[in-house]
Design a protein around this ligand. Structure first.
Ligand code: NCD
Length: 351
């Protein structure tokens, strides 16, 4: 039970370990905020649920069965930062399990234009809806909102669909789910070599998936980025604490032959303060029709999307390209998460 009232800044100053209990209720995850919340058993169970959902949606009566599970629930999609995939993926996931949805994407059409605070907006949503899925440009803001909502006594779960440069936990779930499926026949996620390329400093997707991967053992990682976009110190310390063997480099071609998985990202120049990304030669961090040949035949290529020029579109038909499948996996894992949040995943066996 939270009794004290913090400001946003005070709230963020608390160590992560102290904040995590706020996001749980009755020994289950309640708010979905950061990757560090997900335990290994939680992941395994969620992946099984997503596999089942995927299987059940193959038959029309399966689709009908799934939509009956949460048709008594409503979710609010509050996405004030640009989004194509995450928004639509959550919308589709809600549709799969029967949840009704409402949305605000353009705050100029809401009472924020009349000077209403986002805090009051969120409180309004929680009066109408059973779940809030949100994206915001401020790091840590979703976490703060969940904390404030808990104080009101009319709390509903919040899912962080991207919080500034900080985290994107459900993207991490879909990324790790894709790795789990891809390496299923090859000993799984442990013991593999993972490459991450691009804006590792400001990319919340890549940051969240790296955090999440440390739930697995015996990992080696290549962090391939221009020096000024290398991983943040907190993430580096976390990798060290978890015994991950890390190589930081700006040479993509040297790293390519070693990796089993390559996670590509775009420059997050929306966070530039004064056009600093413009002077970067980012072409050294592109996967091309030539340099992909340096990769192992059974390696895989991931990208959270959207892409700019990091991956030549001609590579989309290469068997190693996994990013379109990754996108679809996102819909199933998010549907699994929705069932989990409303404690309904056990109902799948009824089908
Ligand atoms: C990512 C994001 O928004 O952080 N996109 C996504 O959600 N699939 C990655 C990005 O925008 O580069």
């Amino acid at each position: 039970m939270i009794k004290e009232m913090y400001t946003f800044e005070d709230f963020l100053r608390q160590p992560i370990g102290d904040r995590l209990p706020y996001y749980e209720k009755d020994e289950r995850l309640y708010h979905i905020m950061i990757s560090q919340q997900f335990s290994y058993p939680f992941l395994e169970k969620l992946f099984d649920t997503a596999d089942l959902i995927k299987y059940i949606t193959r038959k029309p009566n399966g689709i009908e069965f799934l939509t009956s599970l949460l048709k008594h629930k409503r979710a609010m999609l509050y996405f004030t930062q640009p989004s194509t995939r995450t928004f639509l993926s959550f919308l589709s996931a809600c549709q799969i399990v029967g949840i009704h949805t409402g949305e605000v994407r353009d705050p100029t059409l809401s009472s924020e234009m009349k000077g209403e605070s986002q805090e009051d907006g969120l409180r309004t949503f929680s009066s109408y809806f059973d779940l809030i899925i949100m994206r915001d440009s401020k790091a840590g803001f979703c976490e703060y909102m969940s904390y404030l909502l808990d104080l009101t006594g009319r709390s509903v779960p919040i899912i962080n669909g991207g919080s500034g440069k900080d985290q994107h936990p459900t993207q991490a779930l879909l990324d790790v789910y894709t790795l789990h499926r891809s390496f299923q026949e090859r000993g799984g996620i442990p013991g593999k070599v993972y490459g991450f390329v691009g804006d590792l400093l400001r990319g919340r997707a890549v940051r969240s998936v790296i955090y999440l991967l440390t739930r697995y053992s015996n990992l080696e990682m290549f962090m391939i980025a221009p020096p000024r976009l290398q991983i943040a110190p907190d993430l580096e310390a976390h990798l060290k604490d978890h015994g991950v063997k890390v190589h930081k480099t700006d040479n993509l071609e040297e790293a390519l032959p070693h990796v089993d998985s390559l996670y590509m990202t775009r420059v997050q120049d929306e966070y530039d303060l004064s056009g600093e990304s413009e002077i970067l030669d980012y072409s050294k961090f592109h996967l091309t029709i030539e340099n992909i040949n340096l990769m192992k035949d059974d390696a895989i290529v991931l990208h959270p999307l959207p892409r700019r020029h990091e991956i030549d579109p001609r590579l989309d038909s290469d068997p190693r390209a996994m990013y379109w499948r990754q996108l679809r996996n996102g819909m199933y894992i998010r549907a699994a998460l929705l069932l989990y949040l409303f404690n309904m995943e056990h109902r799948l066996v009824d089908y």
